[in-house]
Design a protein around this ligand. Structure first.
Ligand code: SF4
Length: 402
């Protein structure tokens, strides 16, 4: 598996596959054909169907600025990958100089047809939880030690942690409507105000977490700087938990950093053995993965053992199996923002349940089993329910035409 640096990336929202990946590809293409007079980009598949709402065109045009770039959305193609982009460099007479076919793989990762793997080298020698646990047992180390053994990543993860908190803060301190036709109001701050008035500790905890998840997700939906965790669409789950544990539960940064390593390991295993792309696996691959990562981190912060951490992560995915991706109007807002809050609450519940259920029964479903199942389920989801906005909620919720 690759470094956690390839999983946690900082970039502008709202979508790692639809803004971060295309932006990276555009910057690379620009560097390769710096003398071009103009550029043309065709977005195909899911990128054509939801690219407008996901701001893909804006991300690409900005990457080429000040050189002009036309972006065309082209659907109805038979494609090798659901997120396909064709970049063409043009001379002063508008003739094509060269072109690249690129794929946005999810989480900001990209591939270019005919070129070597662009993403980083493999730094972890094991590719499943079973292999990792066997190695840890033979070496007498924990899952967290496992990450430390194969990469030095504390400084990088501290940057990630700080950006996550900053994203929540930015969301909490911004009011008004989110951009786009849904005319959706930001409510993160309002939820925080409600939380602070709560007398019940249990309700307060739920509202605080929701306020932070909404704030981070609203900031992402507005195109603000966010962290892929594992994607931008699901970038409210981990930051809300980190913010809550740091500011409200007063957990030290060093412990949160170790929790982030565990979360990263879980996200990496899902990325390696299934997918973290909504266009490939539906929302279970984004929100389900984020919930599993959050559940594992919370389990670690609660002092649970590695077996219980695995159980919490497994639950985080198991109860999101089959979750479809149906963003209304192509915006990463409905159901995405609320879904981040629900997943953060579920992550907390999964960690609590794993602690107690693991004491009274053996889990019949391993983490590797549920990841495999998620992958197979994702492949069976119809195209309409994999980030195309052609089905599900996207087909019943009205969007203001103006
Ligand atoms: S529905 Fe889920 S997978 Fe789809 S865009 Fe929203 S958060 Fe991402």
């Amino acid at each position: 598996m690759q470094s956690l640096k390839e999983l946690f990336r900082i970039g502008p929202g709202p979508s790692s596959s639809h803004t971060l990946g295309p932006r990276r590809a555009a910057l690379m293409f620009r560097e390769a054909f710096a003398d071009a007079a103009a550029y043309r980009v065709e977005l195909l598949g899911s990128l054509a169907l939801t690219g407008k709402g996901h701001l893909s065109d804006k991300a690409i045009i900005e990457a080429f600025q000040p050189i002009p770039c036309e972006v065309h959305f082209k659907s109805k193609e038979t494609l090798k990958h659901p997120n396909t982009m064709i970049f063409t460099a043009l001379d002063a007479q508008n003739h094509a100089i060269d072109s690249w076919t690129c794929y946005s793989l999810g989480g900001g990762a990209i591939a270019i047809e005919g070129q070597d793997d662009l993403e980083g080298a493999e730094v972890y020698p094991h590719n499943s939880m079973k292999e990792i646990k066997a190695y840890c047992e033979s070496e007498g180390i924990s899952l967290c030690d496992y990450v430390d053994r194969f990469e030095t990543i504390d400084n990088y993860l501290m940057e990630i942690l700080l950006q996550m908190c900053k994203t929540v803060d930015n969301g909490l301190n911004t009011a008004g409507l989110l951009p786009g036709k849904l005319k959706l109001e930001r409510i993160g701050r309002k939820l925080l105000d409600k939380a602070n008035l709560c007398e019940s500790a249990m309700e307060k905890e739920k509202l605080l977490l929701s306020a932070y998840a909404y704030s981070a997700s609203e900031e992402n939906a507005a195109g603000g700087m966010s962290v892929t965790a594992p994607t931008l669409g699901s970038s409210g789950v981990l930051p809300s938990l980190i913010y809550y544990y740091y500011y409200d539960r007063k957990i030290q940064r060093e412990s949160l950093l170790r929790g982030l390593k565990i979360a990263g390991l879980i996200g990496n295993l899902i990325k390696q053995n299934a997918t973290i792309s909504g266009a490939q696996g539906g929302c279970q691959a984004e929100i389900g993965a984020a919930c599993a990562m959050g559940a594992a981190m919370v389990a670690y912060l609660r002092g649970l053992n590695d077996h219980q951490i695995e159980y919490a992560a497994e639950m985080g995915i198991e109860h999101h199996l089959g979750l479809t991706c149906d963003p209304v109007g192509g915006y990463v807002m409905i159901p995405c923002i609320e879904r981040n809050a629900i997943a953060a609450l579920r992550a907390l519940d999964a960690a609590v349940l794993s602690e107690f259920i693991s004491k009274v029964k053996q889990n019949r479903v391993s983490f590797d089993m549920v990841v495999k199942t998620m992958n197979e389920t994702g492949r069976k989801l119809p195209m309409e329910l994999r980030e195309t906005s052609l089905g599900g909620l996207a087909s019943v919720v009205e969007v203001d035409p103006c």
